[in-house]
Design a protein around this ligand. Structure first.
Ligand SMILES: Nc1nc2c(ncn2[C@@H]2O[C@H](COP(=O)(O)OP(=O)(O)OP(=O)(O)O)[C@@H](O)[C@H]2O)c(=O)[nH]1
Ligand SMILES: [Mg+2]
Length: 283
Protein backbone atom coordinates (compact mmCIF):
# COMPACT_ATOMS: atom_id res chain seq x y z
CA UNK A 1 0.00 0.00 0.00
CA UNK A 2 2.81 2.42 1.02
CA UNK A 3 4.70 1.40 -2.11
CA UNK A 4 1.61 2.23 -4.21
CA UNK A 5 1.48 5.72 -2.70
CA UNK A 6 5.17 6.26 -3.28
CA UNK A 7 4.82 5.09 -6.88
CA UNK A 8 1.85 7.42 -7.34
CA UNK A 9 3.79 10.33 -5.83
CA UNK A 10 6.77 9.66 -8.10
CA UNK A 11 4.54 9.36 -11.14
CA UNK A 12 2.82 12.67 -10.22
CA UNK A 13 6.19 14.40 -9.97
CA UNK A 14 7.20 12.86 -13.32
CA UNK A 15 3.91 14.08 -14.82
CA UNK A 16 4.73 17.53 -13.53
CA UNK A 17 8.12 17.56 -15.21
CA UNK A 18 6.74 16.22 -18.49
CA UNK A 19 3.64 18.45 -18.37
CA UNK A 20 3.47 20.72 -21.39
CA UNK A 21 2.05 24.19 -20.92
CA UNK A 22 -0.31 25.18 -23.69
CA UNK A 23 -0.18 28.86 -24.53
CA UNK A 24 -2.72 30.06 -27.09
CA UNK A 25 -1.76 32.92 -29.38
CA UNK A 26 -5.00 34.45 -30.54
CA UNK A 27 -6.29 37.74 -31.92
CA UNK A 28 -7.72 39.28 -35.03
CA UNK A 29 -6.95 37.86 -38.43
CA UNK A 30 -3.71 39.16 -39.93
CA UNK A 31 -2.61 40.83 -36.68
CA UNK A 32 0.75 39.05 -36.70
CA UNK A 33 0.09 36.00 -34.50
CA UNK A 34 2.16 33.58 -36.57
CA UNK A 35 4.97 36.13 -36.96
CA UNK A 36 5.00 36.60 -33.18
CA UNK A 37 5.27 32.84 -32.60
CA UNK A 38 8.19 32.71 -35.04
CA UNK A 39 9.93 35.60 -33.31
CA UNK A 40 9.45 34.05 -29.85
CA UNK A 41 10.95 30.81 -31.20
CA UNK A 42 13.84 32.71 -32.75
CA UNK A 43 12.74 31.94 -36.32
CA UNK A 44 12.04 34.01 -39.42
CA UNK A 45 9.17 33.46 -41.87
CA UNK A 46 10.24 30.76 -44.31
CA UNK A 47 12.69 29.06 -41.90
CA UNK A 48 12.26 25.33 -41.50
CA UNK A 49 9.58 24.65 -38.89
CA UNK A 50 8.42 28.27 -38.84
CA UNK A 51 4.71 29.14 -38.81
CA UNK A 52 3.16 30.21 -42.12
CA UNK A 53 2.67 33.95 -42.38
CA UNK A 54 1.15 36.08 -45.09
CA UNK A 55 -1.25 38.73 -46.19
CA UNK A 56 -4.16 36.33 -46.62
CA UNK A 57 -5.86 34.11 -44.05
CA UNK A 58 -3.45 31.25 -43.78
CA UNK A 59 -4.80 28.88 -41.17
CA UNK A 60 -8.27 27.77 -40.24
CA UNK A 61 -7.11 25.10 -37.78
CA UNK A 62 -4.95 25.49 -34.74
CA UNK A 63 -1.28 24.60 -35.11
CA UNK A 64 1.11 23.56 -32.34
CA UNK A 65 4.68 24.85 -32.12
CA UNK A 66 6.86 23.47 -29.33
CA UNK A 67 9.13 26.18 -28.01
CA UNK A 68 12.79 25.20 -28.34
CA UNK A 69 13.90 27.62 -25.62
CA UNK A 70 11.08 27.72 -23.08
CA UNK A 71 11.08 24.21 -21.58
CA UNK A 72 7.84 22.22 -21.85
CA UNK A 73 5.91 24.99 -23.60
CA UNK A 74 3.80 24.66 -26.72
CA UNK A 75 2.66 27.80 -28.47
CA UNK A 76 -0.65 27.29 -30.28
CA UNK A 77 -1.26 29.38 -33.38
CA UNK A 78 -5.01 29.97 -33.45
CA UNK A 79 -7.01 31.06 -36.48
CA UNK A 80 -7.81 34.76 -36.69
CA UNK A 81 -10.84 36.17 -34.89
CA UNK A 82 -13.37 38.27 -36.70
CA UNK A 83 -13.40 36.70 -40.13
CA UNK A 84 -16.71 35.94 -41.81
CA UNK A 85 -16.41 32.15 -41.54
CA UNK A 86 -15.38 32.29 -37.89
CA UNK A 87 -17.47 34.71 -35.77
CA UNK A 88 -16.31 34.97 -32.19
CA UNK A 89 -19.04 32.88 -30.51
CA UNK A 90 -18.35 29.94 -32.82
CA UNK A 91 -14.60 30.56 -32.49
CA UNK A 92 -14.56 30.22 -28.68
CA UNK A 93 -16.72 27.12 -28.72
CA UNK A 94 -15.07 25.31 -31.63
CA UNK A 95 -11.51 25.93 -30.45
CA UNK A 96 -12.39 24.97 -26.87
CA UNK A 97 -10.44 27.83 -25.34
CA UNK A 98 -10.64 26.22 -21.90
CA UNK A 99 -7.98 23.70 -22.94
CA UNK A 100 -5.28 26.40 -22.91
CA UNK A 101 -3.52 27.46 -19.75
CA UNK A 102 -2.50 30.94 -20.83
CA UNK A 103 -3.27 33.36 -23.65
CA UNK A 104 -1.44 35.93 -25.71
CA UNK A 105 -3.88 38.21 -27.51
CA UNK A 106 -2.30 39.88 -30.52
CA UNK A 107 -3.82 43.07 -31.86
CA UNK A 108 -2.19 45.09 -34.56
CA UNK A 109 -1.70 48.71 -33.55
CA UNK A 110 -5.09 49.34 -31.87
CA UNK A 111 -7.44 47.88 -29.27
CA UNK A 112 -10.66 46.77 -31.04
CA UNK A 113 -14.07 45.43 -30.07
CA UNK A 114 -13.12 41.83 -30.95
CA UNK A 115 -10.29 42.07 -28.44
CA UNK A 116 -12.76 43.15 -25.77
CA UNK A 117 -14.93 40.11 -26.49
CA UNK A 118 -11.94 37.78 -26.38
CA UNK A 119 -10.84 39.29 -23.08
CA UNK A 120 -14.32 38.72 -21.63
CA UNK A 121 -14.24 35.09 -22.72
CA UNK A 122 -10.75 34.48 -21.29
CA UNK A 123 -11.77 36.12 -18.02
CA UNK A 124 -14.94 34.02 -17.89
CA UNK A 125 -12.70 30.94 -18.10
CA UNK A 126 -10.66 32.28 -15.18
CA UNK A 127 -7.49 32.38 -17.28
CA UNK A 128 -4.83 35.07 -17.65
CA UNK A 129 -3.40 36.74 -20.73
CA UNK A 130 -0.93 39.24 -22.10
CA UNK A 131 -2.02 41.76 -24.68
CA UNK A 132 0.53 42.22 -27.44
CA UNK A 133 0.14 45.24 -29.66
CA UNK A 134 2.01 44.16 -32.78
CA UNK A 135 3.45 45.93 -35.82
CA UNK A 136 4.71 48.85 -33.74
CA UNK A 137 7.02 49.75 -36.60
CA UNK A 138 4.04 50.61 -38.84
CA UNK A 139 2.79 53.39 -36.55
CA UNK A 140 6.31 54.56 -35.84
CA UNK A 141 7.22 54.74 -39.55
CA UNK A 142 3.99 56.60 -40.36
CA UNK A 143 4.60 59.10 -37.62
CA UNK A 144 8.24 59.60 -38.61
CA UNK A 145 7.17 60.33 -42.19
CA UNK A 146 4.29 62.62 -41.29
CA UNK A 147 5.88 64.66 -38.50
CA UNK A 148 9.65 64.20 -38.70
CA UNK A 149 10.42 67.30 -36.66
CA UNK A 150 8.36 66.28 -33.64
CA UNK A 151 8.95 62.53 -33.93
CA UNK A 152 9.41 60.91 -30.51
CA UNK A 153 9.54 57.13 -30.50
CA UNK A 154 9.06 56.60 -26.76
CA UNK A 155 6.06 58.97 -26.67
CA UNK A 156 4.33 57.06 -29.50
CA UNK A 157 5.04 53.68 -27.90
CA UNK A 158 3.64 55.01 -24.62
CA UNK A 159 0.48 56.24 -26.41
CA UNK A 160 0.03 52.78 -27.92
CA UNK A 161 0.44 51.08 -24.51
CA UNK A 162 -2.05 53.50 -22.97
CA UNK A 163 -4.61 52.94 -25.74
CA UNK A 164 -4.48 49.18 -25.06
CA UNK A 165 -4.56 49.62 -21.27
CA UNK A 166 -7.60 51.90 -21.60
CA UNK A 167 -9.42 49.31 -23.70
CA UNK A 168 -8.53 46.52 -21.27
CA UNK A 169 -9.39 48.68 -18.27
CA UNK A 170 -12.86 49.23 -19.75
CA UNK A 171 -13.26 45.43 -19.66
CA UNK A 172 -12.43 45.46 -15.96
CA UNK A 173 -8.85 44.20 -16.31
CA UNK A 174 -6.77 45.74 -13.53
CA UNK A 175 -3.02 46.13 -14.21
CA UNK A 176 -3.08 44.51 -17.65
CA UNK A 177 0.20 43.24 -19.08
CA UNK A 178 0.62 45.12 -22.36
CA UNK A 179 3.60 44.85 -24.72
CA UNK A 180 4.10 46.91 -27.85
CA UNK A 181 6.31 44.96 -30.25
CA UNK A 182 7.30 44.38 -33.83
CA UNK A 183 7.99 40.73 -34.61
CA UNK A 184 10.21 41.94 -37.41
CA UNK A 185 12.41 43.55 -34.81
CA UNK A 186 12.61 41.31 -31.74
CA UNK A 187 15.50 43.28 -30.21
CA UNK A 188 13.48 46.47 -29.90
CA UNK A 189 10.47 48.07 -28.23
CA UNK A 190 8.84 45.75 -25.63
CA UNK A 191 9.86 42.48 -27.28
CA UNK A 192 12.79 41.71 -24.94
CA UNK A 193 10.57 42.49 -21.94
CA UNK A 194 7.79 40.27 -23.32
CA UNK A 195 10.25 37.41 -23.69
CA UNK A 196 11.65 37.77 -20.15
CA UNK A 197 8.18 38.10 -18.63
CA UNK A 198 6.98 35.05 -20.52
CA UNK A 199 9.92 33.01 -19.22
CA UNK A 200 9.03 33.91 -15.63
CA UNK A 201 5.34 33.33 -16.27
CA UNK A 202 6.10 29.81 -17.51
CA UNK A 203 7.94 28.98 -14.27
CA UNK A 204 5.09 30.34 -12.21
CA UNK A 205 2.42 28.52 -14.26
CA UNK A 206 4.37 25.27 -13.85
CA UNK A 207 4.68 25.80 -10.08
CA UNK A 208 0.97 26.55 -9.93
CA UNK A 209 0.12 23.35 -11.81
CA UNK A 210 2.40 21.44 -9.41
CA UNK A 211 0.80 22.92 -6.30
CA UNK A 212 -2.64 22.13 -7.71
CA UNK A 213 -1.56 18.49 -8.04
CA UNK A 214 -0.25 18.35 -4.44
CA UNK A 215 -3.36 17.36 -2.50
CA UNK A 216 -3.72 14.33 -4.73
CA UNK A 217 -0.12 13.37 -4.02
CA UNK A 218 0.15 14.28 -0.36
CA UNK A 219 -3.23 13.44 1.15
CA UNK A 220 -3.11 9.66 0.76
CA UNK A 221 0.40 9.65 2.21
CA UNK A 222 -0.64 11.75 5.22
CA UNK A 223 -3.67 9.49 5.85
CA UNK A 224 -1.58 6.33 5.65
CA UNK A 225 1.09 7.76 7.89
CA UNK A 226 -1.57 8.69 10.47
CA UNK A 227 -3.02 5.16 10.38
CA UNK A 228 0.45 3.63 10.66
CA UNK A 229 1.35 5.83 13.63
CA UNK A 230 -1.89 5.03 15.44
CA UNK A 231 -1.15 1.32 15.00
CA UNK A 232 2.45 1.81 16.22
CA UNK A 233 1.34 3.71 19.31
CA UNK A 234 -1.27 1.13 20.39
CA UNK A 235 1.25 -1.65 19.71
CA UNK A 236 3.92 0.03 21.87
CA UNK A 237 1.50 0.59 24.75
CA UNK A 238 0.37 -3.01 24.63
CA UNK A 239 3.94 -4.23 25.31
CA UNK A 240 4.16 -5.60 28.91
CA UNK A 241 7.44 -3.82 29.82
CA UNK A 242 6.00 -0.43 28.82
CA UNK A 243 2.93 -0.70 30.97
CA UNK A 244 5.35 -0.28 33.94
CA UNK A 245 7.38 2.41 32.26
CA UNK A 246 4.25 4.32 31.39
CA UNK A 247 3.64 4.78 35.10
CA UNK A 248 6.76 6.91 35.33
CA UNK A 249 5.90 8.76 32.17
CA UNK A 250 3.60 11.44 33.51
CA UNK A 251 3.83 14.83 31.79
CA UNK A 252 7.11 16.38 32.80
CA UNK A 253 6.81 19.78 34.37
CA UNK A 254 9.46 21.22 32.08
CA UNK A 255 8.29 20.11 28.64
CA UNK A 256 4.66 19.18 29.21
CA UNK A 257 5.10 16.36 26.64
CA UNK A 258 3.32 13.07 27.15
CA UNK A 259 4.75 9.66 26.26
CA UNK A 260 2.52 9.33 23.25
CA UNK A 261 3.68 12.75 22.04
CA UNK A 262 7.28 11.66 22.35
CA UNK A 263 6.73 8.35 20.58
CA UNK A 264 4.72 10.04 17.85
CA UNK A 265 7.35 12.73 17.44
CA UNK A 266 10.17 10.21 17.21
CA UNK A 267 8.24 8.21 14.62
CA UNK A 268 7.84 11.34 12.50
CA UNK A 269 11.49 12.20 12.65
CA UNK A 270 12.82 8.69 12.07
CA UNK A 271 10.24 7.54 9.52
CA UNK A 272 10.51 8.19 5.79
CA UNK A 273 10.33 11.95 5.32
CA UNK A 274 8.15 12.07 2.20
CA UNK A 275 6.59 15.28 3.44
CA UNK A 276 9.78 17.22 4.00
CA UNK A 277 9.44 20.73 2.50
CA UNK A 278 12.38 20.13 0.16
CA UNK A 279 10.56 17.28 -1.58
CA UNK A 280 7.25 19.05 -1.93
CA UNK A 281 8.28 22.67 -2.13
CA UNK A 282 10.77 22.61 -4.98
CA UNK A 283 9.43 21.36 -8.30
N1 LIG B 1 5.18 45.88 -40.74
C1 LIG B 1 5.06 44.77 -40.04
N2 LIG B 1 4.41 43.73 -40.59
C2 LIG B 1 4.30 42.61 -39.86
C3 LIG B 1 4.80 42.51 -38.54
N3 LIG B 1 4.50 41.29 -38.05
C4 LIG B 1 3.84 40.66 -39.04
N4 LIG B 1 3.73 41.44 -40.12
C5 LIG B 1 3.11 41.09 -41.41
O1 LIG B 1 1.70 41.03 -41.27
C6 LIG B 1 1.16 40.04 -42.13
C7 LIG B 1 0.31 39.06 -41.31
O2 LIG B 1 1.17 38.41 -40.38
P1 LIG B 1 0.84 36.96 -39.84
O3 LIG B 1 1.88 36.67 -38.81
O4 LIG B 1 0.64 35.99 -40.93
O5 LIG B 1 -0.54 37.29 -39.15
P2 LIG B 1 -1.60 36.25 -38.50
O6 LIG B 1 -2.25 36.95 -37.40
O7 LIG B 1 -0.92 34.98 -38.20
O8 LIG B 1 -2.60 36.07 -39.72
P3 LIG B 1 -3.76 34.93 -39.86
O9 LIG B 1 -3.16 33.63 -39.49
O10 LIG B 1 -4.12 35.03 -41.30
O11 LIG B 1 -4.86 35.36 -38.96
C8 LIG B 1 2.36 39.35 -42.77
O12 LIG B 1 2.56 39.89 -44.05
C9 LIG B 1 3.51 39.70 -41.88
O13 LIG B 1 4.74 39.72 -42.53
C10 LIG B 1 5.49 43.64 -38.00
O14 LIG B 1 5.95 43.66 -36.85
N5 LIG B 1 5.58 44.73 -38.79
MG1 LIG C 1 -1.32 33.05 -38.88
Amino acid sequence: MALDSLTEAISNVQDFYSHTLSIAVTGESGSGKSSLINAIRGLHAGDEGAAETGMLDVIRELMAYPDPVLPGVTLWDLPGVGVSYFPLDIYCERLNLSQFEFFIIVGSQRFRSDHARLVREIQRLGKRFYFVCSKANVDLDASRRQRPSSYNEERILQQMREDCRRGLGAEGVGHPQVFVVSSWDPNHYDFPLLWQTLQMEVQSLKRHAFLRSLPAVALPIVKQKKAALKGQISHVFSLPFLSQASLSCAPSSSSGNTCSDTIAASSWTTGPSLLSPGRLGSP
